[in-house]
Write a protein that binds this ligand. Structure first.
Ligand code: UGA
Length: 437
């Protein structure tokens, strides 16, 4: 099929490359010329495992073309909208200006009965509004909403082998046509057995925010238990293991520590609360405010713990922060807990060095006053305290004996409960973690 994808960010670039790798002819469009130039050369404009390899193949074969030219979408049957919906303001509501702009750019170049497919995470009610807008320009065109569940760091795998596919479509013939076209786009995943749920617009929109809200709640739940463990003298990692064996609960997403960040979970729960308020149902998701507050407290707690282990003040202390990305295997620093803690410690007077294998360039743009180091041994040299805040594999696998030779003081704070406590303690380190004795 001929497919267009508008928005070449973390979602759109992976979607476009993946669809091209499945045999579709794909046109990717973005307003950012720098991004487009990189993609046109087969290079990902951000770090995502496996994406460079995928891109190189589909760009070389001509299956994927990337451009800033909106008219390039003409002739495609299916048009995906993959632009961002960042947090708008202190209210927490989603900023829909990029979605609206993408729709406006598309309508001028659509064929009469094309299918437009929204993938961006939007407040419930957006699809119905956009469907009316589309119908005014092209009465025979159809809008579908097809939320995306990919995780950064696993984006290619999640796109090629999704654990479920959801279509929000209009009633009647238009909905049947949209379903048939989307089935053709996702033929491979459906053949592989991916479950498919065909529903209405509001359900499709809500599925996405409900899923992210559930995940955020699960993380804040275990972090709330960590707070209890800290005051009661318990161990949250053992608690998580023990409750996680119950298959109704499950161990995944019960990793306690510094909490969630990134471009999705934090802003999605806030946008959900703002939208629920507008709909007069704010009480139904008021608990997400508590989820957000528990999450925020982990960052403050980590700063307090660092202050405590450094004798009551961080002023002048050399602190090495391992991790700047919001999670491992990503260079994304949007609402990164690690970078936030590093900036807070610096603001309190610490001499902070931040080390990350991929996210230093993005982190420097956001927090230019921090000191950065890509090489972990250089970053550790002379440290008074080491804070593991993003659990990259190379940090988890650090040799505590070798690391101990480099630092000034063997004090480590494990903000992700990811280090082998016994090994670090045996190597002479004072080991502290959130939610553990
Ligand atoms: C999240 C969802 O997991 C995806 O399903 C969704 O498609 C995506 O948002 C989106 O809306 O686009 P992502 O933001 O890539 O994906 O990251 P996650 O793997 O969900 O991690 C989010 C944050 O939670 C990270 O900061 C991570 O360190 C933290 N986390 C995760 C924990 O603190 N504990 C855990 O047990 C798991």
């Amino acid at each position: 099929m001929r497919i267009s994808v508008t928005g070449m960010g973390y979602l759109g670039a992976v979607h476009a490359a993946s669809m091209a790798s499945l045999g579709h002819e794909v046109v990717g469009v973005d307003v950012d010329a720098q991004k487009v130039d990189a993609l046109a050369l087969g290079k990902a404009p951000f770090f995502e495992p496996g994406l460079d390899e995928l891109l190189a193949g589909v760009v070389a074969s001509g299956a994927l073309e990337v451009t800033t030219e909106p008219s390039a979408v003409a002739g495609c049957q299916v048009h995906f909208v993959c632009v961002g919906t960042p947090q708008a303001s202190a209210s927490g509501a989603a900023d829909l200006r990029f979605v609206d702009a993408a729709m406006a750019a598309l309508v001028d170049h659509l064929g009469p009965d094309d299918l437009v497919v929204g993938k961006s995470t939007v407040p419930v009610g957006t699809a119905a509004r956009l469907a009316t807008y589309l119908a005014a320009a092209h009465p025979a065109a159809t809008l579908a909403w097809n939320p995306e569940f990919l995780r950064e760091g696993f984006a290619v795998e999640d796109t090629l082998r999704p654990d479920r596919i959801v279509y929000g479509v209009p009633d009647g013939e238009a909905g049947e046509r949209a379903t048939a076209l989307l089935d053709a786009v996702y033929a491979q995943a459906l053949d592989d057995g991916a479950p498919r749920i065909v529903t209405d617009y509001p359900t499709a929109e809500l599925v996405k925010v409900a899923a992210n809200s559930f995940l955020a709640t699960k993380i804040s739940f275990i972090n709330a238990m960590a707070e209890l463990c800290e005051v009661a003298g318990g161990d949250v990692t053992q608690l998580a293991d023990a409750i996680g064996y119950d298959p109704r609960i499950g161990r995944r997403f019960l990793n306690s520590g510094l909490g969630f960040g990134g471009g999705c979970l934090p802003k999605d729960i806030r946008a959900f609360m703002a939208r629920a308020d507008e709909l007069g149902a704010g009480d139904a998701v008021a608990f997400l405010g508590e989820v957000d507050r528990v999450n925020g407290r982990r960052r403050a707690r980590m700063v307090d713990l660092a202050t405590e282990v450094l004798g009551g003040s961080v002023v002048g202390a050399r602190i090495t922060v391992l991790g700047a990305a919001f999670k491992p295997d990503s260079d994304d620093v949007r609402d990164s807990p690690a970078l936030d803690v590093a900036a807070r410690l610096r603001a309190l007077g610490a001499r902070v060095t931040v080390c990350d294998p991929q996210a230093v360039a993005n982190a420097r743009t956001k927090q230019p006053d921090l000191h950065y180091e890509v090489d972990v041994e250089t970053a550790l040299t002379g440290a008074d305290a080491v804070l593991l805040l993003t659990e990259w594999r190379q940090f988890r696998q650090l040799d505590p004996v070798r690391a101990g030779e480099l630092v000034a003081h063997r004090t480590v704070l494990d903000g992700r409960n990811a280090l082998d406590r016994d090994a670090w303690t045996a190597a002479g380190w004072a080991y502290r973690a959130l939610g553990r004795r």
